[in-house]
Write a protein that binds this ligand. Structure first.
Ligand code: NDP
Length: 602
């Protein structure tokens, strides 16, 4: 896809834009950083119960000693299970807090929920299941149903304990097993533990005065209350017709939910701190005959094509061809037209990349002017930062929603809402009375691992993971940490992450299934990384990469620890510096060598 208007020569002065980005960033920097948020807990108006599960569910505690325990039944845990089966390991148990598989797609059922990454590369195991998604960008219910289909196809339901939370993991040095405690008093002693808890599993609320005081109806978007709103994920929120609804947050979730609220609710107040980039969605049903064009191995080929382009690599064709890959294509277009691209220094290439970014951002800002009728609202909806400073968003109905007379943008100019009262929300010093307040305020991505997981991990000699990683998050290959044998982290930090998260999970599942298979074949009972290997990996991570360096000057958000890159030890605490394709290549080479370098197998 060729980047469209504005023309290269029409771009504003780069220094003036940098200054504007700095100014906007400074308005949003907060001393508290990531600690400005609080967890969603059962307190006051908020009750973190699962609205989709049977509240009366009970079962007898289990007492067992599986070879592998997998924590999490989202795509990470499911892919792990599938790759274990493939490796001939069938003695595994899955523990999941929700009442079904699906992870993020189980919880997020808000109206309009949809995946921003193309379904043909995002939805895992399509060829194995024999499914072709119905749309280029699938909606939540279809992805959730696909997770259930994976569960059925690979007989994973028999392995799962649902509505169960792990409450602690403790290494037993004598038995060489993990003692696992749960919310249902199970007694599980697992040889290996794979933690597939996911980065977006803990909803968060702004830690502002009065956050629990609202006396109207309130919920977080990942706990959507259809009993109150009416309708379902497709919309039709008829019970809101006479209600005043407030939404705090304008990230990827709000972008999808607000058009439905605008259509169905009496009055809608959208409280904005930072506008998102909202590019065209251009969704379409899967073309008839698409399946017939595909050859075996097509999904893997398409996934590789997408993530190599996203990593800045070259590909002969762009199979996905959407607004994600446009950025790399834009860069290659300029470099390709250069008479001698090899002669360009890294600084010169960085400058070209910055201008490609600016061109994209100018187009996105221009789109706001084209769509929004009120100039003041249009000005407030324009994002002033580099494209990848925040998670890019795509939608064709979000911006037009602000032309509706019943929808009001309350722009807080970077300050956020002031406080919440029993009657409503106070922003810019004014109280907005509401019947319903919806928190589209995201997830605890930047907090340390054990807080996000919700349990402590106690390793060799009683060492606590929270204490070890309070000094610094440290792993080998992102999976292993010294002192915690047979304990593996999926979707962790210090890894190579693509925007197509199930792709990363697939690579990780293959790697860990290999490690466990090798351990069993060698008759080993423990697998543990050495301190030396861990230190060397951390030194590699500390070299940093372009994404993290750019984040230092970005507007605050969870990509940069709310403006304090590297200060907290959250999910994004460092990446493999060479990029995600190089990370996957490294893992494959490591497996091919068969040496288990950096790992002690006993
Ligand atoms: P985000 O963390 O992206 O957004 C939270 C929003 O809440 C931000 O707009 C933030 O503003 C705002 N906020 C926080 N505190 C305050 C405050 N005190 N006052 C006013 N506003 C406040 O959460 P989301 O749930 O939207 O998305 C989380 C992630 O989940 C996404 O980044 C994406 O990776 C994934 N996702 C993917 C989807 C898809 O594929 N389509 C759909 C939905 C989510 P500020 O920006 O200023 O911090």
């Amino acid at each position: 896809m060729k980047p469209d208007a504005p023309d290269w020569n029409d771009l504003p002065d780069l220094e003036a834009i940098r200054e504007k980005y700095r100014e906007e960033r400074d308005k949003r920097l907060r001393e508290e950083g990531s600690s400005q948020f609080e967890e969603l807990i059962s307190e006051g108006a908020h009750n973190d119960v699962d609205p989709f599960a049977d509240p009366g569910f009970t079962r007898e505690p289990v007492d067992e000693a599986p070879t592998v325990l997998i924590i999490g039944g989202g795509f990470g845990g499911m892919l792990m299970s599938v790759r274990l089966r493939e490796a001939g390991i069938h003695d595994f148990r899955i523990i999941e807090a929700a009442a079904d598989f699906g992870g993020t797609w189980y919880w997020n059922r808000y109206p309009g929920v949809q995946c921003d990454v193309e379904s043909y590369v995002y939805m895992p195991l399509l060829e194995e299941i024999g499914t072709i998604p119905t749309e280029k960008y699938a909606h939540g219910p279809e992805i959730f149903a696909h997770a259930q289909a994976i569960g059925r196809h690979f007989d994973l339901y028999d392995h799962a304990l649902f509505q169960t939370q792990v409450s602690g993991l403790e290494w037993d040095d004598e038995a060489e097993r993990w003692n696992v405690s749960t919310s249902r008093n199970d007694r599980i002693r697992a040889r290996f533990v794979c933690m597939a808890n996911g980065p977006y599993s803990k909803p968060k609320l702004p830690g502002i005065p009065g956050v629990h005081d609202f006396e109207g109806h309130t919920f977080h978007t990942s706990r959507w209350d259809y009993d109150y709103t009416g309708g379902d994920t497709h919309g039709g929120l008829t019970k809101l017709a006479d209600k005043r609804v407030g939404v705090i947050g304008t990230g990827a979730t709000a972008i999808q939910a607000v058009p439905h609220l605008g259509r169905d609710a009496g009055e809608v107040y959208v409280f904005q701190r930072t506008p998102s980039t909202v590019d065209v969605r251009d969704n379409a049903p899967t073309e008839p005959g698409f399946a017939e064009t595909l050859e075996p191995g097509w999904q893997r080929k398409r996934m590789d094509n997408f993530h190599i382009l996203m990593d800045g690599g070259a590909q002969e064709e762009d199979l996905v061809g959407d607004r994600w890959t446009e950025l790399t294509n834009g860069l290659y277009e300029i470099l390709g037209a250069h008479p001698d691209p090899e002669s360009l220094s890294p600084e010169e290439i960085a400058l070209i990349a910055e201008r490609v970014d600016l061109r994209k951002m100018e187009r996105i800002r221009g789109r706001v002017d084209e769509i929004i009728e009120d100039p003041e609202t249009a000005a407030a909806l324009k994002p002033w930062y580099r494209y990848l400073c925040k998670r890019p968003c795509f939608h064709d109905d979000y911006l037009p929603t602000f032309n509706r007379p019943n929808v009001h943008l309350v722009d807080t100019k970077g300050r956020g809402v002031d406080r919440i009262t029993p009657r409503g929300v106070v922003a810019n010093g004014k109280e907005y009375p509401l019947d319903c307040l919806i928190f589209a305020t995201g997830f605890d991505v930047s907090q340390n691992y054990t807080r996000r997981a919700g349990y402590e991990v106690v390793g060799r000699g009683g060492e606590k993971l929270s204490e070890k990683w309070a000094k610094r998050t440290s792993t080998y290959q992102s999976f292993f940490t010294h002192g915690f044998p047979n304990c593996f982290f999926m979707m962790g930090f210090q890894s190579g992450l693509t925007p197509n998260i199930p792709h990363t999970l697939e690579e990780q599942a293959q790697h860990l299934a290999y490690v466990i298979r090798e351990a069993l074949d060698r008759g080993a009972t423990t697998v543990e990384t050495t301190q030396e290997a861990e230190d060397a990996w951390c030194a590699e991570i500390d070299k940093g990469n372009d994404f993290l360096s750019m984040q230092a000057s970005c507007t605050p958000g969870y990509f940069n620890d709310e403006g304090k890159v590297g200060e907290t030890e959250g999910w994004l605490a460092g990446f493999y510096p060479e990029g995600f394709e190089a990370f996957f290549v490294l893992l494959r080479a490591w497996r091919a060598s068969g040496e288990l370098e950096g790992i002690e197998v006993a």
